[in-house]
Design a protein around this ligand. Structure first.
Ligand code: 2YH
Length: 284
């Protein structure tokens, strides 16, 4: 999992309303709509400000320490969705005590390995990479107005890519996967075959597979591998990966057919899943 930097998240709070308008324009749904759909709930049934769901975000100093603005950006997303929320004054274990004392319904906290949303009352623990894969796959299908029968290339079979591949297969897409580590691609294809009884194609040549596809899911930590030559007027890209895998010329060309953010869709999906979701995880 890539560690975010302050510059990746600095503008999140300030730009959430604009980002939400942009999402509505390109997907037909708001951040809340995307997150609700990703976890299989009706957005009309969710009233964050009235549901008494208090959200606590705990800064964690363990490992490489606090990322300035991270907890505040996460809290900003919760608050934008309408949840009453706060960042604990204390960090780590004392922060956890503070969150419980203030009767938080859901607690978000991240160290260098994991980023979790925990809802003790419902016994739900939602992992950020898993939610990010599902959230972006949902936004992609909304942007493309359905993915049934469409060929989708997933680049990167880490946690986000695996979660996205499972979600995309569930949406009826023909999924191909590419990863520098082919063992990881093979393992994923085997799991999907076993659990969902669906075939996933394993790609061995990245450039060739990019040329043959029009819909990409970039779940790779590599920068700029999608070039201008890979992008046509019917290319659609979901890219939760940080840094963005599209070259600057490619970014100019893709325009409004790109979904990319460092935290917003993932955090919104985590919150909705922790508080209202009920589906079991398919992949570990
Ligand atoms: O950077 C991360 C995760 N990799 C985020 C994943 C988002 N897709 N975690 C930040 C660690 C934050 C730090 N411990 C703090 O400020 O609490």
């Amino acid at each position: 999992m890539t560690r975010l930097r302050t510059e990746d998240i600095r503008d999140i709070r300030r730009t959430l309303r604009t980002y939400d308008k942009q999402l509505l324009k390109i997907t037909g749904g708001t951040l809340q709509d995307i997150a609700c759909r990703a976890v299989g709930i009706n957005p009309g049934k969710v009233r964050p400000s009235q549901d008494q769901c208090l959200v606590a975000v705990i800064p964690v100093t363990w490992g490489r320490g606090i990322i300035k603005g991270f907890a505040q950006a996460v809290e900003g997303i919760a608050s934008h969705l309408g949840f009453p929320s706060f960042v604990t004054k204390e960090t780590d274990v004392l922060g956890l005590g503070e969150a419980f004392e203030r009767k938080a319904s859901v607690i978000l906290l991240s160290d260098d390995r994991s980023f979790l949303a925990i809802c003790p009352r419902r016994g739900r623990v939602i992992e950020n990479s898993d939610a990010t894969g599902r959230g972006f796959a949902t936004a992609l299908t909304m942007m493309k107005k359905g993915l049934r029968g469409e060929a989708v290339l997933v680049v990167g079979t880490g946690h986000v890519g695996r979660s996205a591949a499972v979600a995309l297969v569930g949406m009826g897409a023909h999924v191909s996967v590419y990863d520098v580590d082919q063992t990881s691609s093979r393992k994923l294809a085997k799991r999907i075959k076993k659990i969902l009884k669906r075939e996933v194609t394993i790609e061995e040549d990245l450039d060739d597979s990019l040329r043959r596809h029009r819909i990409y899911f970039d779940a790779s930590p590599s920068p700029g591998f999608i070039h201008s030559k890979h992008i046509t007027t019917d290319t659609f890209i979901a890219a939760p990966g940080i840094p963005l895998g599209i070259s600057p010329e490619g970014q100019n060309k893709i325009k409004d057919r790109l979904l990319h953010d460092p935290l917003q869709i993932g955090v919104a999906t985590m919150l909705m899943d922790a508080l209202y979701g009920s589906k079991e995880k398919i992949l570990p």
